[in-house]
Design a protein around this ligand. Structure first.
Ligand code: ADP
Length: 463
């Protein structure tokens, strides 16, 4: 008998589906098939690969409502966010369908008349991906699209909480004629499949989105076979409100950054640093807007904040809030969740905390929940020091209409993604990724296909 796991709706606790886990033998067979399919897929010309990717995108768009509903049921995010994610996921396929035709090489002037020097790009081979539950569609297409565009074959292990969206998207790829062995999924437990992927001689690249500790394990385990790696890991984003910021605009962008997906994104503002002269005004305006956010089942009309994905995530958020309160933080809104907690569902009411200090857990650990901690600062230097005082370096945001302050902050913040008066900078055509322990490599943009390509140098002599 095969092992299985259950997928439940985090908003209701309702059972959705029971999924069979693949055995070790099946996973190894899938890797072998992916490896064997590589030669043929990489030889399909780039324009044909591009056309197939576009057909995949069209097929996803034709099933947009169905996929969005599935995503909300397994992940909990509001349906409007799921519909937005289907578009966002599709945009990566659209972008890389075009980039497939632009994996240019170059020629280099020779130092010798009898030689010619040519540089070409070729796909790395079979790519194995491990994806998280917070963006079940987009984190997969952001990896699969550049891999397939480059001519690589692809296999993914989706997160245990949200495998259904991935399975459906891959079925839709097969429907339009992308070969079944060129894009595959396997189902199982993260640690076990991570070890099979990293140990496999067939896998030439590992691409991972998830927590920093798991990323470190995958990096270490990839070293035995020197695999290519792309790591999109944790974040602890600072969001700085300068004294001159347009506070109404900054509040709307802070909400977009902090409360999307109930605060469960790696680029969510995690430490909101506010100049002391505007702290009270900003805190009041933010609290007024946060109070309007509607919490509930993401399938219901008008819901802004869905449930936390599971008990582990919920417990971590509550522990951070209680730790902050015990050390003197003031709750401006929120914190009714303990009273409202129901069995098997984990809602956290949007919370704003004031008087947050640097010794609180919430200023050290990634929160992954709808809690906005406000920290006061006097000088920009102090804000920069606090912002950079973390092992993470994924996203940072600041709000100022003074160009000197803006350039100064941009140059001093050690983060891979910076939003200046922008709380939502992510897009398919831009390079997304982190510095320090937030990761290695970039996804999206022209940078995002490079990690799927090898550079090959040819020297032609005796001419
Ligand atoms: P989170 O705590 O947000 O779930 P994880 O990094 O644990 O973040 O999970 C992201 C993905 O990594 C999921 O698909 C999960 O199954 C997988 N995963 C978890 N542990 C490991 C591991 N040791 N090796 C490889 N993948 C793992």
């Amino acid at each position: 008998m095969k092992n299985t796991y259950k997928v439940n709706n985090p908003a209701t606790g309702e059972f959705i589906s029971e999924i069979e886990m693949n055995t070790k033998e099946e996973i190894n067979l899938a890797l072998k098939k992916g490896h064997n399919a590589f030669r043929k897929w990489s030889q399909v010309n780039a324009h044909e690969r591009s056309d197939l990717l576009k057909k995949w995108m069209d097929n996803i768009q034709a099933h947009k409502a169905e996929i969005a509903e599935l995503m909300t049921r397994e992940n909990g995010k509001p349906i409007k966010e799921s519909l937005g994610e289907v578009d966002y996921a599709s945009s990566y396929i659209a972008w890389y369908a075009e980039e497939a035709k632009r994996t240019y090489g170059r020629t280099i002037p020779s130092h010798n008349e009898s030689k010619r020097i040519v540089v070409t790009k070729q796909p790395v081979g079979l790519v194995a991906a491990i994806t998280p539950w917070n963006f079940p569609a987009a984190m997969m297409t952001r990896k699969a699209a550049p891999a397939l565009a480059a001519g690589c074959t692809f296999i993914v292990k989706p997160a245990e909480d949200t495998p259904l969206t991935t399975i459906r998207l891959i079925e839709l790829a097969h429907e339009v004629g992308i070969p079944v062995d060129a894009i595959q999924y396997v189902i199982g437990e993260g640690k076990e499949i991570g070890e099979i992927f990293t140990n496999s001689e067939f896998v030439r690249k590992i691409t991972f989105t998830g927590s920093t500790p798991v990323g470190k394990t995958l990096l270490k385990n990839s070293s035995d076979t020197i695999k290519h790696v792309t790591m999109e890991l944790g974040g602890h984003a600072p969001l700085i409100i300068a004294e001159d910021a347009d506070l109404d605009f900054a509040v709307s962008q802070t909400i977009a950054s902090k409360f999307r997906n109930a605060g469960q994104t790696c680029v969510c503002a995690n430490r909101i640093l506010v100049h002391e002269n505007v702290m009270d005004e900003f805190a009041n305006k933010l609290t007024t807007e946060v109070t309007k956010l509607k919490v509930g089942n993401g399938l219901e009309e008008g819901v802004d904040i869905g449930p936390i994905i599971n008990e582990k995530g919920y417990t971590k958020i509550i522990a951070q809030v209680n730790d902050a309160i015990s050390k003197g933080a003031e709750v401006l809104v929120g914190n009714e969740y303990n009273a409202n907690h129901q069995i098997n569902t984990y809602f956290v009411y949007p919370t704003v905390l004031k008087n947050v200090q640097l010794d609180m857990k919430i200023t050290q650990e990634e929160t992954f929940g709808p809690v906005a901690p406000l920290i006061s600062f006097k000088e920009l230097e102090e804000a920069i020091e606090i912002a950079n005082s973390t092992p993470y370096g994924l996203a940072a945001y600041f709000f100022t209409n003074n160009y000197k302050t803006g350039i100064f902050l941009h140059e001093r913040l050690n983060f891979g993604i910076v939003g200046w008066n922008d709380g939502a900078p992510s897009a398919a055509h831009v390079p997304f990724g982190g510095m320090k322990e937030s990761g290695l490599g970039r996804e999206g943009g022209t940078e995002g296909i490079e990690p799927y390509l090898e550079t090959k140098y040819l020297s032609i002599g005796d001419l």
